[in-house]
Design a protein around this ligand. Sequence first.
Ligand code: PEP
Length: 263
Amino acid sequence: MSGSTITPWVVGNWKMNPMQADAQQLIQNFKGLLDITPIESAKCHIGVAPVTLALTTVQSVLSDSNREIYTVAQDVSRIAGTGAYTGEVSAELLKDSQIDYVLVGHSERREIFGETAQILNEKIKNALNAGLTVIYCVGESLEQRESGQAEQVVLQQICDIATVVEAEQWHNIVIAYEPIWAIGTGKTASPDDAQTMHAQIREGLSQITAYGKSMAILYGGSVKPENAVELAACSDINGALVGGASLNAESFHKIALAFANTK
Ligand code: PEP
């Protein structure tokens, strides 16, 4: 399988947005657009990551959907199981609520909440052991890119998790390459630069796991309907992790359509 034959993923990261009523309206609008202009599941995996409080709201709106739309948690505890851990939501609790996907390693969690490689490894280990699929985010800062360290930084972030992911578990990992300087800034990596990094990530993954060639590598960082087709045309870009534009049902639908039709 080459990078271009992998079914793409388009995942909306709603971050700390919106209020419950708006979350319900947003997912209803998106579902309505899929009814008018369907996107076959075989052509594109679609997921949305609302705040924890809205996970079940979104799930119930989607329960009679014509196609599967994954409900994705934005975070998971580094503690497994249940117990006296105030404020935490474990992988097992997510699984118990039929949440099968989780984002780990988003740059906002690394930078604002001080999540180190060790913390992320604990989260990933728990998530995989509980049967979740992990969307693992990697990416370099502007300073790292400008000093020529982008590739090294990103490949190190991939290597970091190799100590906890068991051979068969790589199958349950999706990588999201998100250059930090492109997140929420309106700046996007050029398709050529993104493709170059994605090809390097695939090469790095292939040295670590037999699944490397078949793993989806998503691009994230100011993806919009206007740049989605160009990004989707790159052979090693297997989808998008979308922040801002996923808060608008029409934009998110257009992005998913772009990946489904271009791949
Ligand atoms: C993100 O937060 O994962 C993201 C890519 O955000 P945006 O699309 O707004 O840049």
